[in-house]
Design a protein around this ligand. Sequence first.
Ligand code: WT7
Length: 634
Amino acid sequence: MLIKSFDEYKQVYDYSIKNPEKFWDEIAQNFYWRKKWDKVLEWNFRDPNIKWFINGKLNITENCLDIPAKKHPDKIAFYFEPNHPDEKSYSISYKELLEKVCQAANALKELGVKKGDRVAIYMPMIPEATIAMLACARIGAIHSVVFGGFSAQSLADRINDAECSILITADAGKRGNKIVPLKQTADEAIKSTHSIKKVLVLKHTGESIAFDNQRDVWWHEIVPQQKTFCEPEVMDSEDMLFILYTSGSTGKPKGVVHTTGGYMVYTAYSFLNVFQYEPNDIYWCTADVGWITGHSYIVYGPLLNGATSVIFEGIPTFPDAGRFWQIIDKYKVTHFYTAPTAIRSLEAFGTDIIKQYKLDSLKVLGSVGEPINEEAWEWYYQNIGKGKCPIVDTWWQTETGGILISPLANITPLKPSYATLPLPGIIPVLVDDKGNEIQGNNVEGNLCIKFPWPSIIRTTYGNHERCRQTYFSTYENLYFTGDGCKRDQDGYYRITGRVDDVINVSGHRIGTAEIEDAINQHPDIVESAVVGYPHPIKGQGIYAYVIPTKEIKDVKLLHKEVNDLITKIIGPIAKTDVIQVVSGLPKTRSGKIMRRILRKIAEGETYNFGDTTTLLDPSVVDEIKQAKLKSELR
Ligand code: WT7
């Protein structure tokens, strides 16, 4: 499966595009299937209806656990590094991980979980989060991981949408100086749900929590006494593996559905080739399992390759801004995969702190989640990689399941801020707003993918039409990514950012509509419009224009109240950076807000707003602009 040179990449790519079914058939042979597939692929992007490895039977955890545990039982699967360096770190071998997953799986069975049931997981970044996910997969239950930073309401919405019957959580989590009261938030969430029958609670921090003896079950009272083997449920290739919620342009977050066989093949293949992982390497991805990066490149991709990974509960700046570098030295990390926002925030602490560490184990650096600007790229390359580690700038999405455009480490010639070239099997195309394909190089357009790959989104949970509308209806016969993209003279791809109403804050995807809905619940606000603007650390910041019901005397106070409300409804990641009180919003005669103009004002543009002739009342633009200028002068 491993590509070893740039020439080989070009050959493999060519072959994969000409014979996609043969190509993926050959890759899929590398895994353990209870029964092989009858047919590699059936698809259309119209419905959409996409099926890979048809009638194949397998359990992904056999490939993640049983196979490596047989091959190298004592090899470390995970090193756990706690929040504070003085707390206890430990490691889990493949054999131990298999046993722990089986015990958790047996406990879930005892709690009544059956194949096809949905299980919500709301956990800190600790090995049990991964164990819980794999335990679900072991018994054919569908996991829905909810990031621990989300609010009670966000958790409740996700539980309700998928009608989860069980919630797995912990008393609390630790993030730097902060205790994250997961159980308390979960209790609050469950009040507005109807499907949860049992809550499995891990004792992690020892925080005192409310405990409902009818409903809540302690992890330590039910998991450790289970048998250390659990017969894997045999799944169909297209049986659901998990649901993961993500934000879009409109409405509430949708549950992206990934299925078993294709997801397994693609995450394993892409992990191996992008990172060029070798058997003794130590890999560390700093993401949280609450995001797709955690699913594909902390849990499934690395385990499917028998890799050794680091799991870290804490944050980059605690107890100081050297924490990442200290962990790299401690475990002799060879592969380090993080987000541009983390790099930019650590850059601000200067290089003295880095000089205290060797960082000489590093071989490959990775970047994910948002465009990495050239300056951050250079800083990362020189100061962390010491000019000798390639940076794999990996472009992908929750919906793509795995990395689609990225350099292969030490193989693809790099260009700062370019995700470079597509992986085998991936056919990117750029289209203009009418959907015409833009041919040739030195061009820019909307990024679409022309042919399915094994880990492409299958549906949005409970609402297939929404999946069709969002991804497959904008341009006929294409999967639309929502990103803008350039293709340079060498055919290299550079992602320029979202072209829809989605903002990418610190690598987290948030829909402007979601934020507006939260803001509009403030009693003094009638209407709002939210846009992203360039932010030096977060990539994009959140700028909110609000129309009040009455004169606002204290804008600072209003800003605080709005952010408290957003924290309560969505979570702190969606807090606004700037709030501007306005008397009106630039709307077209049909009532549509012209966000393009609001974006320009937020960016500091004072003159060139493009065509404003369709505006109902062009004078509001001037008013908003003047008010912004005035507030900046103050
Ligand atoms: C959006 C997907 C994929 C894991 C994390 C985010 C942006 C992601 C890159 C990159 C430029 C990137 C895109 C994409 N994005 N990686 N390397 N360069 N932009 O997953 O939450 O589904 O967000 O993140 O805008 O559409 P996600």
